[in-house]
Ligand binder design. Sequence first.
Ligand SMILES: Nc1ncnc2c1ncn2[C@@H]1O[C@H](COP(=O)(O)OP(=O)(O)OP(=O)(O)O)[C@@H](O)[C@H]1O
Ligand SMILES: [Mg+2]
Length: 404
Amino acid sequence: MSIMTLDPVERMLDAAENGITLIKNRDILHYTYMPDTILHRDSEQEQVTQSLIPILKHSRPSNLLVYGKPGTGKTLVVKKILSKIQSRVEKSKFPIKLIYANSKEETTLYGLLVSFGRQLGLNEKELPSTGLAISEVFKRLLKIIDSNQLNAVFVIDEIDYLAHLISKTGKDILYQLTRANERLTQGSLTLVGISNDLTFKERLDPRVLSSLGEEEIVFTNYSVEQIRKILEGRIEQALVKNAIEEAALNLCSAMAGREHGDARRAIDLLRVASEIAEREQKTSINEDHIRMAGQKIEENKEVTSLQSYPLHEKILIIAVMKTSELSTGGIYTAYKTLCKTVRQQELTQRRVTQMLSEIELSGLITGRIIHQGIHGRTKKYKLTISPNTIKETFKDDLTFEDIL
Ligand SMILES: Nc1ncnc2c1ncn2[C@@H]1O[C@H](COP(=O)(O)OP(=O)(O)OP(=O)(O)O)[C@@H](O)[C@H]1O
Ligand SMILES: [Mg+2]
């Protein structure tokens, strides 16, 4: 072999084969990985288990609502308990079905119900993936529960998204779901809803809330120290010995613990930082790597959010970028000019004002009210993200060629 391989691909492959490795098991840093031990969550595990225990005694548990900020271990804890109960059930052949679906991963209410149906054993013929009325899908789910005398538990993760799907179709399905048990004669149905949106409850119909929230369990926020311990567990399994400096671990815990102790964020930071350090062929992860990881994650979020906007929102964001803190009227003028350049029919000022508020909610721009004495008040907007991120994200889109 030559002493120096100049081909960039060969060089990288060489480095990967012969260079420094920090990550020994990447899967453990993936968000879907389920750790064997769950730290700091004994009381929550006990409460959720307690609430589901009646099912082992062939009676119906209460509906349950599980709450807590993002990354506080809700999905992890509930899934672990489901799988533990399920494995006992399989041994004893109880007619029990514990099934799980995540509303955020389904695009329609129909899809979510079909996912439950499949887990109950209904095939495409018995429950087609499209085409039935929602009420019919629902009827078939209840029928199989009843005819098999099943005690079923439906776990609906990120149930706030379901509420969202429902508000689009205007159906009263959440109410029907929570009351489904009353329509069963042989079997039973319990709902477990999981949500990280603390305002979700306030938006629910009181009738739905009273039955869905028969029991409630709140997951508290992790402290910085607890996050650190969770990270240590992952580090031991995922990274080689001494792969992270003490200061870097502290910083990582502090950054993830800053707002509300988000274990997912902590693990993401660790994963990205270890990839950066490995790419740089450093022998350990330092504080700079953690900071860079934080920046990269933030940028990725911004890019995804920018890409998800329709055309006119994108033009409007470019208008805000170009005007640097102008009032709504000023931004509208700039937007109209941009529309001309890219040959798009402009939308009304009213619509554009509304769009600005929506974009503000996503955090990409920020507005502040300026009082102008007798002229009343106006709102001025500016970007919160770097103009470079916008240019980089939109640069391959030919539509924006002449305005970036
Ligand atoms: N106590 C813990 N011990 C070990 N790992 C944990 C613990 N709590 C959370 N994690 C890990 O942190 C990540 C986020 O946890 P989880 O998905 O359960 O959060 P969540 O509360 O469901 O968040 P969200 O509301 O955003 O869905 C997962 O990778 C999980 O394995
Ligand atoms: Mg979750």
